[in-house]
Design a protein around this ligand. Structure first.
Ligand code: GLU
Length: 298
């Protein structure tokens, strides 16, 4: 695996936006927190473009990321890694997990999962568990498909994802999975991961040989990222990342989760809700220095 960090003893941070919309103040907070921590720890800061979603990611949004970071005055080091150029890396890792019997094809649409969960709830009279993002935990419908049937359906061209068999994964690495948090003073805390609350997560989507969870751990390893700084909305997902790092024998970065910005309706800023973009702020005359000051960076 190639690396863009020549000095492995130096801390490596990364900012990893997805070019599926315009960046907003929340992204500025993330980039600036990364920059400040990288400076404080004497590390470098890499940019990674997380563009595995081929339908929603667009070149103009990627260009906007570069424009916004330049405007904010964020100093970046090393080569930019664009995930859509590395599907072979992800495919190779899926092959390793497959060889260990840890992934299985799942043909369920979202609708089908919903129906299976509703049926389970009706049968038991109990709410079915939700994962930390609020989605129903996969009820395991395709886990028991015979290999023959799964292969026949794949050969017939039926759309499918690949899921991690979480119980088998934990049987292999042990259920004592943890990761390390760090703060601005350098203090570290060990956090026990709770991966079972996620169930059999998707490691490869229907249309691409990867998912956010898979590519993020592979890329953090390939880019030799030692310190991950990202929003609190991704804290729970770190359970899954810690499992994948153990399974694949990858070095585990330390993590820091920064606050999320909330709008006047009390919801976190989001591209999907068309929160005011950095480009909009710029267009109405707000300066980068004002953005920095507003977010607490002087
Ligand atoms: N690509 C993710 C996002 O834009 C960030 C992933 C990460 O930092 O791990 O929200």
């Amino acid at each position: 695996m190639a690396t863009s960090s020549p000095d492995s003893s130096k801390p490596v941070f990364r900012f990893a936006p997805s070019p599926n919309g315009q960046l907003h103040l929340g992204h500025a907070l993330s980039a600036l927190t990364n920059e400040r921590m990288a400076e404080r720890f004497g590390g470098s800061l890499l940019l990674r473009i997380e563009d595995i979603d081929l339908t929603r990611c667009r070149p103009e949004f990627e260009q906007a990321i570069h424009d916004d970071l330049t405007w904010l005055g964020i100093r970046l080091d090393g080569a930019v890694r664009r995930q859509s150029e590395h599907f072979d890396d992800y495919r190779a890792v899926l092959g390793r997990l497959q060889a260990k019997g840890l992934i299985y094809p799942c043909f369920c649409s979202r609708q089908k999962v919903k129906q299976a969960v509703a049926a389970k709830e009706a049968e038991s009279g109990q709410p079915w568990p939700r994962d930390p993002d609020g989605s129903p935990v996969y009820p395991g419908t395709c886990r028991s498909l015979s290999r023959q049937e799964a292969e026949a359906r794949i050969a017939a061209g039926e759309a499918h994802v690949l899921r991690l068999a979480m119980d088998r994964a934990l049987a292999m690495i042990g259920s004592d999975v943890w990761y390390r948090l760090f703060d601005e003073s350098g203090t570290e805390t060990v956090i026990k991961a709770r991966p079972t609350r996620w169930g059999d997560v998707v490691l490869a989507r229907k249309d691409v040989p990867t998912s956010y969870h898979l590519s993020v751990v592979i890329d953090d390893a390939i880019q030799r990222v030692s310190h991950v700084v990202r929003g609190r909305d991704l804290e729970a997902a770190t359970d899954i990342h810690a499992v994948l790092q153990r399974l694949l024998g990858l070095p585990a970065p330390r993590y820091h989760f920064h606050r999320l910005l909330i709008d006047e309706t009390g919801q976190k800023l989001a591209k999907s809700r068309l929160s005011e973009s950095l480009a909009d702020l710029r267009a109405r005359g707000v300066t980068a220095a004002e953005v920095r000051a507003q977010l607490g960076f002087t």
